[in-house]
Design a protein around this ligand. Structure first.
Ligand code: KG4
Ligand code: ZN
Length: 338
């Protein structure tokens, strides 16, 4: 590698229902294009086959736009980073096959990236960056984890959900309320108008730093069934208070474990990532805890919280600097260990 040459990495993300491409030059994100698939809304959740097809349609224009916006040419690129795991296998295969074919044609390496590690790295995209080591609460539609990050390539999962993810809990509760998918942002919106202490849902007592949301989900379901039996308009009349109370319960579960993780590790630099980190109640709650416990809080801009290729490109950049590339024979995988 020529030491004076800039390191240019193209990142590609296609693990779920966002097709995204981003260019990272010397560790700085210069483009981040995201095509969100709206087709899943009418089905109440992501339909894997439809996601793969939409990725097929979107990937060429999205990559093209990312490269144009970065004002570079394909021949200038050093490597292509792609989401290798975890995710929907058909969706991952679209991005990984595209990345490998393009890299082969340009005679440059590919770099497989772990989607959840990349979510943690999204905290390094903007300034000021958190100091290492830091803790990251990663909360998305598929995952809920507390990760100890020692440097861009050294991470350890300290705790994770044993059943549903936090985003899933939001989306399933929203479905019970008759709200369209994904319901998390709508619960957030209505919660801002409601009384969070009006209804109580029990917080599960799970040992250690793991999470559980299935009990909360069941208690919300039984509560709503009972109330609707007594008054058929219960949800309509109390929507904001119900949303505020559900959100309050989910946020409390997340923040209590984060507090515990900080106490156990002694780490006070706290980051957040994943789609649910766009939640206003969670952001406000985290800021309050930051003041109370003297934490240094880092919250990425909303665009870097949900799935995006900037986090893939930046993770790829750090791997590239450390000489880590992936053979073309490596396959995408729906599940992944760390
Ligand atoms: O990280 P993400 O974009 O995709 C993956 O799951 O990997 O996260 C999507 C999840 C969905 O469950 C969605 O409902 C939730 O993030 N979400 C929110 C908010 N915005 C997105 N949940 C609560 N409040 C929000 N403002
Ligand atoms: Zn994600």
């Amino acid at each position: 590698m020529n030491n004076n040459k800039k390191v240019i990495i193209l990142g590609i993300e296609s693990s779920c229902d966002e097709t995204s491409a981003s260019v990272c030059i010397d560790g700085k994100i210069v483009s981040n294009i995201i095509a969100t698939q709206s087709i899943h809304t009418e089905y109440g959740g992501v339909v894997p086959e439809l996601a793969s097809r939409a990725h097929m349609q979107n990937i060429v224009p999205v990559v093209d736009k990312a490269i144009k916006e970065a004002n570079i040419t394909l021949s200038e690129m050093d490597a292509i980073a792609f989401t290798q795991s975890p995710g929907l296998i058909g969706a991952l295969l679209v991005g990984s096959s595209f990345a490998k074919s393009l890299a082969l044609s340009l005679n440059i390496p590919v770099i497989g990236v772990h989607h959840m590690q990349a979510h943690v790295i999204s905290n390094l995209i903007e300034s000021p960056q958190p100091a290492f080591p830091f803790l990251c609460l990663t909360v998305s539609g598929g995952h809920t984890q507390i990760v100890l990050c020692k440097d861009p390539l050294t991470m350890e999962v300290l705790g994770e959900t044993i059943d549903d993810a936090a985003g899933e809990a939001f989306d399933k509760a929203a479905k019970m309320l008759g709200l369209p998918y994904p319901g998390g942002p709508l619960i957030d919106q209505y919660a801002q108008l409601g009384d969070k202490n009006r209804f109580q849902f029990p917080e599960p007592q799970i040992e250690g730093l793991n999470f559980s949301f299935s009990g909360v989900k069941t208690s919300i379901l039984y509560f709503l069934q009972k109330q609707v039996k007594a008054d058929v308009d219960f949800i309509g009349k109390n929507r904001n208070d119900i949303c505020a109370s559900i959100q309050h319960c989910i946020i409390n579960i997340l923040l209590h474990k984060l507090k515990k993780a900080s106490a156990i590790t002694g780490i006070k630099t706290i980051c957040i990532a994943g789609g649910v980190s766009a939640n206003k109640g969670l952001r406000d709650g985290l800021k309050e805890m930051g003041i109370t416990y003297h934490w240094s809080i880092h919250i990425p801009s909303a665009i870097y919280c949900t799935d995006n290729a900037a986090m893939i490109a930046l993770t790829g950049y750090h791997k590239f600097l450390n000489g880590i590339t992936t053979p073309l024979s490596a396959s995408a995988s729906a599940r992944a260990s760390w």
